[in-house]
Design a protein around this ligand. Structure first.
Ligand SMILES: NC(=O)c1ccc[n+]([C@@H]2O[C@H](COP(=O)([O-])OP(=O)(O)OC[C@H]3O[C@@H](n4cnc5c(N)ncnc54)[C@H](O)[C@@H]3O)[C@@H](O)[C@H]2O)c1
Length: 267
């Protein structure tokens, strides 16, 4: 039985804990939870009967086999090095942190030296299999349209408090993945994950589109390169607790854990 420590007890953290206990209880045991909001940690601790810890370092000292991050980019940056040095592998949802080149190169080097792994699950998108195969074959250009309701986008730093139209569809951002995660830190982790798997944050194009009345979060990915071309479109229901997030992202962590414990695994 492998052990898991969970950082972040919000909407996705709750789904991940439920998924592990409901589907993977023979393979994994959650040994501890942490959230910077003690009430969130306590609520999930009561629900799951897993102990909540009062500090990140106390949680990481458990030296779980896997530390799952479902919090923020800032939290990931805070825990990554200590978790790896404690012998844990990381499974991360706030992939946007890797748009920070200093963090990305430092943590990659540290994980390499320590022979530890950092897993970026597919989150709210998919197609990492074709991205990796295409990159192995040659050059790839990648772009992503991030299509959400105005309610799911409002509050982002880029909008500076601006209210989006409730009647007109609007492309509100065009730029690369590094610029996109600064502009929409809670919405475009997927764009950074795509960029890491393909052409990198500078060269991956991102468009953010506000569509009034849109009930789902839609990501349309276009790949073109030496292999040929691919279009991947995924529409997923927003999390009930957090419309900026998609529940499927939590279950991509469950899928990753299943792959890690299975004799046969998918890419
Ligand atoms: N990779 C993807 O495809 C994908 C998809 C959806 C969401 N996400 C990302 O996953 C993360 C979690 O999403 P969510 O919907 O559960 O968010 P949420 O806001 O519902 O929950 C986040 C939780 O993290 C806690 N938190 C904040 N800072 C913390 C810190 N420093 N240490 C510990 N806990 C901290 C908050 O109190 C909150 O309870 C976010 O960064 C989100 O952007 C990624």
């Amino acid at each position: 039985m492998k052990t898991v420590a969970l950082v972040g007890c919000g909407s996705l953290g709750g789904n991940i804990a439920g998924g592990i206990q409901g589907q993977l209880n023979r393979e994994y045991k959650i040994v501890g939870l942490y959230d910077s909001n003690p009430a969130a940690a306590l609520a999930l601790s009561r629900q799951t009967e897993c102990p909540a810890y009062g500090s990140l370092s106390a949680l990481l000292e458990l030296k779980a086999d896997y530390v799952i991050e479902a919090a923020t980019s800032g939290a990931l940056k805070e825990i990554a090095s200590q978790a790896l040095r404690n012998g844990s592998d990381l499974i991360v949802l706030s992939a946007g942190a890797f748009a920070d080149e200093g963090f990305a190169s430092g943590i990659r080097e540290e994980a390499g030296k320590l022979n530890r792994r950092i897993y970026i699950p597919s989150g709210a998108i998919g197609g990492f299999d074709i991205m990796q195969a295409a990159m192995a074959l040659g050059q790839v250009e990648a772009s992503i349209y991030n299509i959400k309701s105005p309610e799911a986008l409002e509050g982002a730093p880029y909008l500076k408090g601006r209210q989006l139209s409730r009647t007109e569809k609007e492309t509100i951002f065009t730029g690369n993945a590094r610029e996109a995660i600064e502009a929409f830190p809670k919405n475009v982790n997927v764009a950074v994950a795509l960029s890491l798997a393909t052409a990198g944050p500078e060269k991956t194009k991102v468009m953010v589109v506000s569509v009034p009345g849109s009930k789902m979060n839609t990501h349309r990915i276009e790949l073109a390169g030496d292999f040929g071309s691919a279009s991947i479109e995924i529409s997923s229901w927003p999390s009930l607790e957090n419309p900026k997030s998609s529940e499927i992202a939590a279950y991509s962590v469950i899928a990753k854990l299943k792959n890690l414990s299975s004799a046969i695994s998918f890419c």
